[in-house]
Design a protein around this ligand. Structure first.
Ligand code: ZN
Ligand code: ZN
Length: 286
């Protein structure tokens, strides 16, 4: 029976019985076996790891135990991304021959920069086209962290430094994925409702140019455009290849017809990014 090459323990993970109400209320029967689930990452070199153990020892290209390369030769010449093909057996069942490189990259990055968790979630929602989740996320940014967490415990310490503001989340560019913005992600995946929401919340695209429905939906979701002067316009963001969201739209074809060349997805030609009259903000206060 294989064991984890890192900690030498069986390739399972024990599930804590639900002990959420620990108010002296022992309704877990004594002597009950802890429940276990498979937790086995089977690398191409033959070694097995727990997911957490692999993440801990993780280096991108080699097995932490035997030092052999675990990077698969990419089948498509266009992709430069490393692939790490494994057989993964966990609570989701056995998945054979899957590429875990993207998840490993994501998780190890979040270990180093936990304060970017919301930003990462934001990009994911943009790719998936979940504009409602984006609205909820944006609204949650302004909240004080004195609220109860899911377990009803008051969170007392901020994990991993200051949390990001809504403006920062909206303008996040993916440092482990080509510096794509949320707008790039939405456009690449054909999500117009997300694109509209991002334009509303993070650009100076003229308010008169939005369909009424966009305002209606934003109102339902409880979000609205804030003062944009002096802030980065999401349309001006470029990915690592120097592409604006409009460039991505151009490549995506017919779905973005009517959006390309209209200044909706890129800064209008010659328009200043900010008009430099940031002093206006103070005179408008109150
Ligand atoms: Zn282990
Ligand atoms: Zn190995």
């Amino acid at each position: 029976m294989a064991v984890c090459a890192h900690c030498q323990k069986p390739l399972t993970i024990s599930i804590e019985p639900d002990s959420e109400d620990e108010d002296g209320n022992d309704d877990v029967p004594m002597g009950e076996e802890p429940e276990t689930l498979p937790d086995d990452v089977h690398l191409s070199c033959g070694d097995h790891f727990h997911w957490e153990c692999l993440l801990e020892a993780y280096e991108y290209s080699k097995c932490p135990a035997c030092n052999r390369s675990i990077v698969a030769a990419s089948s498509s010449s266009s992709s430069t991304e490393e692939r790490i093909i494994v057989d993964l057996n966990n609570e989701g069942g056995l998945q054979q021959g899957i590429d875990i490189a993207p998840i490993l990259r994501e998780e190890s990055y979040l270990r180093a920069y936990p304060e970017e968790r919301k930003c990462r979630a934001f990009l994911e929602f943009c790719s998936e086209g979940d504009h409602r989740a984006i609205a909820e996320l944006v609204k949650s940014c302004g909240e004080e962290v004195t609220a109860d967490d899911e377990d009803g415990e008051v969170m007392t310490e901020a994990v991993g430094g200051p949390s990001k503001s809504a403006d920062e989340v909206l303008r996040y560019q993916d440092p482990i994925g080509d510096m794509s913005s949320g707008l790039h992600a939405a456009v690449a995946n054909g999500h117009r409702e997300v694109a509209w929401l991002l334009l509303l919340l993070a650009s100076e695209y003229p308010e008169m140019s939005f369909p009424a429905l966009v305002y209606q939906e934003a109102g339902t979701l409880g979000v609205m455009r804030e003062y944009q002067t002096g802030k980065v316009d999401i349309r001006s963001l470029k990915d690592a290849h120097g592409r604006t969201a409009e460039d991505v739209a151009r490549g995506a074809g017919v779905i973005w017809q009517g959006w390309v060349g209209t200044g909706r997805l890129a800064m209008p030609n010659g328009a200043p990014r900010s008009n430099g009259r940031s002093g206006v903000a103070t005179t408008l206060r109150g």
